[in-house]
Design a protein around this ligand. Sequence first.
Ligand SMILES: Cc1ncc(COP(=O)(O)O)c(C=O)c1O
Length: 412
Amino acid sequence: MENTQLLELANKYGSPLYVYDTDKIESQYNRLTSAFSSVKNLKLNYAVKALSNINILKFFKNLGAGLDTVSYQEVQLGLTTGIDPKKIIYTPNGVSLTEIEEVAKLGVQINIDNLSILESFGQKHPEIPVCVRINPHIMAGGNSKISVGHIDSKFGISIHQVPHIKRVVENTKMNINGIHMHTGSDILDIDTFLRATEILFDVAKQFENIDFIDFGSGFKVPYKEGDISTDIEQLGVQLSERFNEFCVEYGKDITLMFEPGKFLVSEAGVFLAKVNVVKQTTSTVFAHVDSGFNHLVRPMMYNSHHHITNISNPAGRDRYYSVVGYICETDTFASNRRISEISEEDVLCFHNAGAYCFSMASNYNSRYLPAEVMIVDGKDYLIRKRQTIKDILHNQEVVEISSKKKKEAVTA
Ligand SMILES: Cc1ncc(COP(=O)(O)O)c(C=O)c1O
């Protein structure tokens, strides 16, 4: 997306604004499918949590992707696209048996990550095949908050508890049709994937009716120029070869699944925010934008890096700025970052804003959620209107407390 087009969009739709480029989404999707083209049955389930606008979900459905979901609500969003429920996998963590049963009623593939619910579900619904999420006890991921496959993690059933899974299957007569893992996000080293893969193969061999192995996701994308990222093509060559060998060993062409979020949408999105104030202090120059961690929480939550450019003055002389928001707490997007000279009202562009940005946004400080725009074949479409005060008030009930009651309350 060119600076001039982005500036036009900021003028047309206002700021702050999320913009998604579907060409980039499609090229990432094609990159992944080509990397694993030697596998007979490949299925990519887009991780809805990364960016859940229903137009984005529909775009993935049209590309032929399935959907990876973590809540009943994500399943419902997915189903609005008209996708076959069988193309949705539901991988919740620590939800109630009732929610899992509600999702199962919709015909979605269930993935269970604890023994207790596995047993209860199997006792009540032995006829519904279930996938199990395995914790391979591997430390992987860009930081502790997104490392989820290690021994102390709350996710998955420990590889040491596979005999327990087998006992549940024996007792309930339920059927395990898939094996799943997801060890973390921002995994750079492909050996991490390959090590975990061998662990999953060992688990899969212990079940007779496996239809698929889901390797989760966690591919690292570049966040700035020259940044390192997971070598998808190399992973494709090595993992496909081992997978094809495993299919022969297992005696069946099972399906290889992934459920990427970041890899598919991170680089496709940008976040545009206008500079309200340039504040020079004795030590720092702050550029205060008309947003904050309410709209883009990743820098404050994970210390994640978002490259920032000044699209109103791209050719200006570089200076050092701390880019901050308008929230009543520290909300720093970037500290002492080199950016071309910023004036008030300039529009800053935050890159890698497709994944876990809008989907983690909130109404903190009672600010409106930003609008979202999707670009298809160069044309812009508004896919979510900016909120208004009506949205903030929606569902709030005004309770009339009589003055007598008020008096009693004060006395008490
Ligand atoms: C179970 C599961 N699958 C897939 C993903 C997507 O990971 P990524 O965005 O790194 O591709 C996540 C991310 O949290 C996850 O928890």
